[in-house]
Design a protein around this ligand. Structure first.
Ligand SMILES: [Zn+2]
Length: 202
């Protein structure tokens, strides 16, 4: 499995990842324009576009990806894409309202399995930063959006639909995972789960 990482330095330094296995790829958080990375995925089949949560700095280039495949996202994110204050685009001086048709989306929920090439990933709900925050867990790689970050920080939970209570529950869920998995966050660098601040689990 190959993981390519791109960062949009103009819109909040959001990370986009492209996961490639065999001849198939999955885009995680479409915040970099497809035309900028097309040469890296040429000839490969798109499994879809996975959205970790509906915040603008993670989906700001989604329209450039819609011809490639369907969007995997939590049901709560689907509504939020159409609401500029809830999707935080107003924080970035934009008024983004993305209206996806029902046949353009696949709702991602806890324990759903997404297959990319010969690799399987499990969807995990990590609410707290938003009520639509979902992660994607491959064998030893977790894509977690703004749930947790390198250095032991957690995503802010004071934005619309954020919840300290749900964040605490999500951190408890995280504790059950293998500490040797690599975490690929929505901002910043990759890190091993064992290097995450253990004090956050309690
Ligand atoms: Zn966010």
């Amino acid at each position: 499995m190959e993981i390519k990482k791109y960062t949009n330095k103009d819109v909040g330094f959001g990370n986009m990842y492209i996961i490639i296995t065999n001849d198939e790829f999955l885009v995680v958080d479409p915040c970099v324009n497809a035309s900028n990375v097309i040469s890296h995925i040429k000839g490969k089949k798109c499994k879809g576009i996975f959205l970790t949560h509906a915040h603008f700095d993670h989906f700001c280039e989604i329209e450039s990806w819609l011809d490639f495949g369907k969007v995997f996202l939590h049901q709560n994110a689907y509504i939020k894409l159409q609401n500029a204050s809830e999707n935080a685009s107003t924080l970035f001086g934009a008024e983004a309202k993305i209206d996806l048709a029902e046949n353009q989306v696949i709702f991602a929920e806890e324990n759903m399995i997404i297959t990319v090439g010969d690799k399987k990933a499990k969807v995990m709900e990590f609410f707290g930063h938003t009520d639509c925050s979902v992660g994607l867990l491959f064998n030893s790689d977790l894509f977690c959006g703004d749930f947790i970050f390198a250095g032991g920080n957690i995503g802010r939970y004071d934005l619309p639909t954020g919840s300290a209570f749900q964040m605490r529950n999500s951190l408890r869920k995280l504790k059950s995972l293998n500490e040797n998995i690599t975490v690929h966050a929505g901002h910043g660098e990759d890190f091993l789960l064992k290097d995450f601040n253990k004090n956050m689990f309690y």
